[in-house]
Write a protein that binds this ligand. Structure first.
Ligand SMILES: [Zn+2]
Length: 316
């Protein structure tokens, strides 16, 4: 069975592994990205460590090296710009690593890569058109349309975090107003809880952080929700309505069969998934919304590695 090296570059860690054609991770490791050093050479060295770990002891020639990276990546494997990694601009990762290891190298934006991974091996397996989003500090997204990854003229289709849902809404760091990220980004989910507590709302969230409001995270809000807390439940319902409003537009635009939500923040928050689905059914065109499903990521913690390896196995 064919094997590939999968590299998942994050702002904090570089995760690396050896994957196979069925989407299994055969071995894996992680190294700090060291983006704070401000040097592209340092980060490239960390990636090298990951590739060498994955190749070590491998008898046959692998299909190649797949790399998922933040930022805008063109068809030639050049990263134009990655906001979290200084020095990461106009950098041909494909050239650097194909010359060094004499192997095929495919480089893709990290969320596009994960969308492709979900389509091949995860929650999107067996579907034709899916939307995949990752919820975190920012909100990222990717689309597979009729079995092909949709990239757009600047390789950046579905900058979902900056699609506005409220033209009179609060200003976003991108300059626009009412972007979805301004409502469901990590900090803004937390902001809802802090505001309600400051207004005197009683909630388990307050007890879980022992009164230290700065320690509230989406995970804490999920814990409170699991215990039946009213405020926590209301917050996830509101997040679900915001996402549902956004998706009703995307459903009308693209007619997907499935929406996959990854990113760790919300994996066990059933009420959010239910609310998103309900909101889409209420708001999108009936015929398009009828059979839509909204599900959590199917790839789990190794999503980045599996997906990067998947870039080698099937043409997208
Ligand atoms: Zn924005």
């Amino acid at each position: 069975m064919k094997k590939a090296v999968g590299i998942d570059i994050g702002g904090t860690y570089i995760k690396a592994g050896l994957t196979d054609e069925n989407g299994n991770v055969l071995k894996k490791c992680q190294f700090p990205t060291m983006a704070e050093k401000g040097s592209r050479e340092v980060v490239l060295k960390q990636i090298e460590k990951g590739i060498e770990f994955a190749l070590e002891g491998l008898k046959e020639k692998p299909a190649g090296i797949g790399i998922g990276t933040p930022g805008v990546v063109d068809n030639e494997g050049t990263v134009f710009e990655a906001p979290n990694i200084p020095g990461w601009h106009n950098l041909s990762l494909k050239k650097v690593f194909s010359e060094k290891y004499n192997l095929p190298v495919v480089v893709e934006n990290d969320v596009n890569s994960i969308t492709w991974g979900e389509f091949l091996y995860g929650a999107g397996k067996g579907y034709n058109t899916i939307i995949c989003i990752t919820l975190g500090t920012g909100v990222g997204g990717g689309i597979v349309k009729d079995g092909k990854l949709l990239r757009g003229s600047k390789y950046s289709a579905l900058e979902i975090g900056h699609i506005p849902i409220d033209y009179k809404g609060p200003q976003c760091k991108c300059g626009n107003y009412g972007c979805i990220e301004r409502f469901v980004g990590r900090d803004y989910i937390v902001e809802r809880a802090v505001k309600a507590i400051n207004e005197g709302k009683k909630t388990l969230i307050y007890q879980l952080v022992e009164g230290k409001l700065e320690e509230i995270t989406p995970k804490v809000i999920s814990q409170a929700y699991k215990k039946g807390d009213k405020l926590a439940t209301d917050i996830w319902i509101d997040v679900g309505i915001c996402l549902g409003a956004l998706f009703s537009g995307l459903v009308n635009l693209l007619n997907p069969e499935l929406i996959v939500i990854g990113g760790g923040i919300s994996q066990n928050v059933e009420i959010m998934f239910e609310t998103i689905e309900k909101t889409i059914k209420e708001r999108a065109m009936k015929i398009l919304a009828e059979n839509i499903k909204v599900v959590p990521s199917g790839l789990g913690v190794d999503a980045g590695i599996v997906s990067a390896g998947a870039l080698l196995f099937q043409k997208y």
